[in-house]
Design a protein around this ligand. Structure first.
Ligand code: SAM
Ligand code: SF4
Length: 326
């Protein structure tokens, strides 16, 4: 369906948990996180029920995220259920990859289409510094498992952090030289713990890659439904994408909405604005009523984020990114 600006909303990000097995410095505090109580998190049945309402409204692609989605027990069974819904063409996953390798085959059989792995470094010591854990090898094994099984899309997302991993940009891009995958650099967003960091611009990231491998050629093919600008670099098997949510806002092409683990339909990453679908579901509202509520909410989708402007803090989402889902 279209929002009031004529944007076609066809992509739903579903956070299945706010829990995570890492503590990335720009995403979550090390301690003192207040978890959403289990009873307030949508059950798989509730998520499936909502997806059966979203599909006729035009949602074609679903991305499962978190927190870390693979810490939620039984995730393959949810993917299999969503995969069977008429109208939903693709189920993708965003993960830190730690638990992926042992589950890879089961996830593929369940109908998982593509995976975005978040990996900010190839250096175990830097991994420890960013994620506050020593699970680098598990994360790296996840990517290898996905490549070995031939998933349709394998992407590696990296958030460069000034003074920590920004010297590794060319080395991380080289994953797309050696493997048929897309590497995407994502500008740090001033959300939650991310506010404490100065972003590395995507211009800088591009320059680091082109200094090492030669100039990139803009790639106009379709590599998913996100806002990355992709480039081909000489000799690369895959592509390298740059996502600058802050300096080059792409809100005018935004096609997405988000469902939080608590069942709140968020219309923009940056705003509170939305509706509590869990409350409606648990109050026994009919599918027709929920459909009407979702339609009305989508019409109210914010025009754009306010990362660079003064905004009324009360209207902005104050959650950390693990609770928003990225
Ligand atoms: N745990 C999973 C993972 O890390 O892929 C899924 C959830 S995580 C919140 C989704 C994405 O958000 C990750 O790629 C992470 O790097 C990104 N992210 C978290 N905080 C961010 C921030 N402040 N700015 C930009 N990206 C951020
Ligand atoms: Fe966990 Fe993903 Fe946040 Fe890192 S970015 S702490 S892996 S939710």
């Amino acid at each position: 369906m279209k929002d009031r600006l004529g944007r076609t909303i066809e992509y739903l990000r579903i956070s299945v948990t706010d829990r995570c097995n890492l503590r990335c410095i720009y995403c979550m505090p090390e301690e003192g996180v207040r978890w959403v109580p289990h009873g307030e998190i949508l059950s798989f049945e509730e998520i499936e029920h909502l997806c059966r309402i979203f599909a006729p409204l035009g949602i074609r692609r679903v991305r499962i995220t978190g927190g870390e989605p693979l810490v939620r027990l039984g995730l393959p069974s949810l993917i299999a259920c969503l995969h069977n819904i008429d109208g939903i063409d693709e189920i993708n996953l965003t993960t830190n990859g730690i638990l992926f390798a042992p589950m890879a085959a089961e996830l593929k059989d369940a109908g998982l289409h593509g995976i975005n792995f978040s990996l900010d470094t190839l250096n175990p010591a830097v991994f420890q510094r960013i994620t506050r854990t020593d699970r680098f090898q598990d994360a790296r094994a996840g990517i290898d498992a996905a490549l070995a099984l031939g998933f349709a899309h394998v992407k590696v997302n990296c958030v460069p952090v000034r003074g920590i991993n920004d010297g590794e940009i060319a080395a991380i891009a080289a994953l797309a030289l050696h493997h048929p995958l897309e590497v995407r650099f994502i500008e740090m967003m001033p959300i939650g713990c991310g506010k404490q960091f100065i972003p590395v611009s995507m211009q800088q990231a591009y320059e680091a890659v082109s200094a090492a491998y030669g100039s990139g050629t803009p790639y106009s093919g379709v590599l998913g439904n996100g806002p990355a600008s992709y480039y081909s670099f000489p000799g690369f098997q895959g592509h390298v994408g740059f996502i600058s949510a802050v300096t080059h806002e792409f809100c005018s092409q935004c096609n997405r909405i988000r469902l939080t683990a608590e069942g709140y339909l968020k219309l923009c990453l940056h705003y509170n604005r939305g509706i509590d679908l869990r409350q409606g579901l648990r109050a026994g509202l009919s599918d027709e009523t929920l459909t009407a509520q979702i339609r009305a909410a989508i019409l109210d989708k914010p025009d754009h984020h306010r990362f660079t402007a003064d905004a009324d803090a009360a209207t902005l989402d104050q959650h950390t990114m693990n609770a928003i889902g990225g």
